[in-house]
Design a protein around this ligand. Structure first.
Ligand SMILES: [Zn+2]
Length: 273
């Protein structure tokens, strides 16, 4: 029962994140807002939701996560235009992520809220980078700030020597990974990846620390290479076309968060250490 509550809560947060993404898109000029309002962030909490296509005000019947999309067969009730698959997919994605975080033995309430917040911010970056090749600073900077705050405070709870060590490990992981990506960025003159990726990797190192950052980067490069080659093979992209790397980095981050330790153990076992 509690799992169902958590899942439904995740769906609702996903629905909120979709609205947030839409407002960021209006602000960046990727979408035109039919009502022309510029006061987007305030409206996120106080305004009524509208169809992004016809601006018709939506009622609760149109706003039930997942269910509305299915019942309306993916079309707006008023203008009958197709609603993007982004809406149900993000809702479902956040629902599953929230549930995974909940069951992954993170039992401390604060830790749960912390990880749910990070997961939400990463979901926004995932979608935004995939669609627009931009990692929005407005989302990434709060994530970096939150991680630093969390790591600093949680360090106080462990023994002193351990604290210094884990804090240094975290800094080393963040700065090391970011330095590595900065080198790639400078060496390829920003063609292989953008500066947003450098900042995202800094976040990942601070969040995952050592050695989990290696797991995340390994998964990111591995899946990125497979998907990149598949797209070229299917002639959807050429070698030179732009592909965002952020979604792969985020996929790696979640993999490392949930299964990082197991993967490291497995790897060490493989090496016979
Ligand atoms: Zn509509």
């Amino acid at each position: 029962m509690i799992f169902l509550v958590v899942f439904i809560f995740g769906l609702a947060v996903g629905s909120f994140l979709n609205a947030f993404i839409y407002r960021l898109e209006v602000r960046h000029g990727f979408m035109s807002n039919p009502q022309g309002s510029k006061d987007l962030l305030r409206k996120l909490f106080t305004g009524r939701s509208q169809c992004p296509l016809c601006a018709h005000t939506l009622t609760w019947k149109d706003l039930i996560p997942l269910l509305s999309f299915v019942l309306l067969k993916g079309k707006c009730r008023y203008c009958k235009k197709k609603i993007s698959f982004q809406y149900p997919l993000v809702e479902l994605g956040v629902g599953i992520l929230f549930l995974l975080i909940f069951v992954s033995s993170f039992i401390h309430t604060f830790e749960l809220l912390y990880l749910w917040t990070i997961a939400s911010l990463l979901m926004v970056i995932f979608v935004y980078d995939l669609k627009h090749f931009i990692i929005p600073d407005k989302v990434l900077y709060p994530a970096i700030g939150l991680v630093l705050l969390w790591q600093t405070f949680s360090s106080f709870q462990i023994g002193e020597n351990l604290t210094k060590l884990s804090f240094l490990q975290m800094l080393f992981a963040g700065l090391g990974a970011a330095g590595f990506f900065l080198a790639i960025y400078l060496f390829t003159k920003g063609k292989a990846m953008g500066f947003g990726d450098v900042k995202l990797v800094l976040f990942m190192g601070l969040f995952l620390s050592w050695p989990n950052i290696l797991v995340a980067l390994g998964v990111a490069f591995g899946t990125g290479a497979i998907v990149g080659l598949a797209l070229i093979f299917l002639k959807r992209k050429t070698m030179r076309s732009e592909v965002s790397f952020g979604p792969f980095l985020i996929l790696g981050t979640f993999t490392a968060l949930f299964w990082g330790e197991k993967l490291v153990d497995f790897y060490l076992l493989f090496l016979g250490v």
